[in-house]
Design a protein around this ligand. Structure first.
Ligand code: PHE
Length: 509
């Protein structure tokens, strides 16, 4: 029997909280939140955002944690126990979809590593820059950060960084909960400390406070737009690591009697608190130097924020290094959770050796991360999609992030709500909690959340599939790319999910 011992367990409650909040707090909080808020209407974004947090995010986290502690199993098996084969299929699909996210997520971390190393070198140097980057002209490289970034992308260095970041991932999950806990106990407090340093720097700049207003000035034009709502929901799923199958696995390493309502509230508030102060730090910095935030999350990370840091009165290199180190630590504590979520599911079902499972999962993802690091220029217009790698990141992100996560959330609600019967899960969760969920929770899971997710999904989905996302790119001879990425994602994940579901069987049922 593969008993509880070999699955691993957290040494302490706080270890679990660090691990789960480390998974939640990542690139999503530090840069994606700010640019999404800016793109989706500043202060007006808070209405969909808070709806997403209280109506969808926290209840789903309670459900995903509850699933883990009640079954003591990883996501596909937990879903199988509650809802049979279709539950298991959704479980695998969630992990595969999340693996696509891990591919580009690690590539972004590879670029972050390059920028971090460059902080003490060319990135913030004051001499004129004359970088060869793909032979682009200086008008195409409006800032030193642009030049540095594209130069890095053109040089294959990122391939080495991809291996380094995956190497770190493998090292940190090599013994599952045990090594993860040791890492997050260091990473998470450091992340908070670095963030606090950055916010103090931001708001103590002359006028820094005004930037914050920008983040709160509401632009209500967007609020009636379904895209804004879907944007807020996807951002919340991504940020809280919901629909990834990760939270269930992490909760399965806790004792059965853990208070999951308390845990969910703690992790959600820590995550959104972090996101909130990150928004303040970044917007104050940008405002002072009259930099316009951009809707593109990657431009914010690699161009706009570094351009702001470059104009700080002192310690430019140190702040630059700190910013990218913060991103790297936050990103690593997220990506390891995904590897662990997948590995643990493989161990539960196929009872293979842990080292081998880690190698399979990371090996497959490394190929994807390398593809996202390809330097070939395919859009000379550089509409923020200058290279093949960047375009791939954008396209995969579009499907796996904007659609994949919320589709998993919808399927979870329907299967647990209607097939299993959410009241049974609610009673099991209530049995170990001081706070008690009422019948309202059942209706939230059965009806309210599905409707909230379905409305934008259907309205945007149809429009997109007819145009198959791509018309906005100037891809020339690469115009086949958007359709191919969509096909690989949808056919690949569905087929593999079916293979994992029907191959082998669980010890019980
Ligand atoms: N929650 C993470 C973030 O906000 C997203 C993530 C989780 C990405 C797990 C990869 C793996 O950045």
């Amino acid at each position: 029997m593969s008993g509880q011992k070999s699955r691993g367990s957290w040494r302490s409650q706080i270890g679990f909280i660090f691990a789960a909040s480390g998974s939640a707090i990542g690139l999503g909080n530090i840069v994606f939140f700010g640019s999404n808020a800016y793109r989706f209407g500043g202060g007006a974004f808070y209405l969909p955002y808070l709806t997403a947090l209280f109506v969808i995010g926290i209840p789903l986290m309670i459900m995903e944690f509850g699933l883990g502690s009640i079954t003591g199993r990883s996501f596909p098996e937990a879903m199988h126990r509650l809802a049979g084969k279709s539950g298991q299929f959704v479980g695998w699909w969630a992990l595969l979809n999340a693996a696509f996210i891990a591919m580009y997520y690690v590539t972004i971390l590879a670029w972050v590593t390059g920028m971090m190393i460059g902080s003490f070198g060319e990135l913030f140097a004051t001499s004129a820059f004359s970088l060869p980057a793909f032979g682009l002209s200086s008008e195409q490289l409006p800032s030193r950060a642009h030049a540095f970034f594209f130069d890095m992308l053109s040089s294959w260095q990122t391939v080495a960084f991809v291996f380094i970041v995956w190497g770190l991932n493998i090292y940190l999950v090599r013994r599952g909960a045990e090594t993860i806990e040791r890492a997050v106990r260091v990473f998470v407090p450091l992340m908070w400390a670095f963030m606090i340093v950055l916010i103090i720097r931001g708001v103590t700049l002359p006028n820094g406070f005004h930037g914050i207003l920008k983040l709160f000035t509401p632009d209500f034009d967007g609020i009636s737009n379904f895209q804004v709502w879907q944007g807020a929901f996807s951002q919340m799923f991504f940020s809280l690591t919901l629909g990834f199958g990760v939270m269930t696995t992490y909760a399965s390493y806790l004792p059965k009697e853990a208070d999951q309502i308390n845990n969910s509230l703690m992790v959600s508030f820590m995550n959104c608190g972090f996101e909130f102060i990150a928004g303040l730090a970044i917007f104050s910095l940008l405002f002072v130097f009259s930099l316009t935030p951009t809707a593109s999350t990657l431009s914010m990370t690699f161009f706009v924020v570094p351009a702001g840091i470059a104009q700080l009165p002192a310690l430019v290199q140190a702040f630059g290094f700190l910013f990218f180190l913060l991103l790297l630590l936050a990103g690593l504590s997220s990506s390891i959770s995904l590897v662990e979520g997948f590995v643990s599911a493989l161990l539960d079902k196929f009872r293979m050796n842990r080292a081998r499972a880690v190698l399979y999962v990371s090996g497959a993802c490394i190929l994807g991360s390398l593809a996202c690091a390809l330097p070939k220029v395919i859009d000379a217009g550089l509409n923020s999609n200058g290279t093949l790698g960047l375009t791939l990141v954008d396209l995969i992100d579009h499907w796996a992030f904007s659609y994949g996560l919320i589709i998993v959330g919808l399927a979870e609600c329907i299967l647990i709500g209607w097939v299993f019967g959410v009241s049974k899960l609610r009673e099991a969760i209530n049995a170990h909690s001081k706070f008690r969920l009422g019948v309202w929770f059942d209706w939230l899971i059965k009806l309210v959340i599905p409707i909230l997710i379905l409305l934008p999904l259907v309205s945007n989905g149809f429009a997109e599939l007819s145009g198959l996302y791509g018309s906005s790119y100037q891809l020339g001879e690469w115009s086949w790319l958007p359709v191919s990425v969509f096909s690989v994602w949808i056919i690949g994940t569905l087929t593999l999910a079916a293979v994992f579901t029907f191959k082998g069987h669980y010890l019980q049922g």
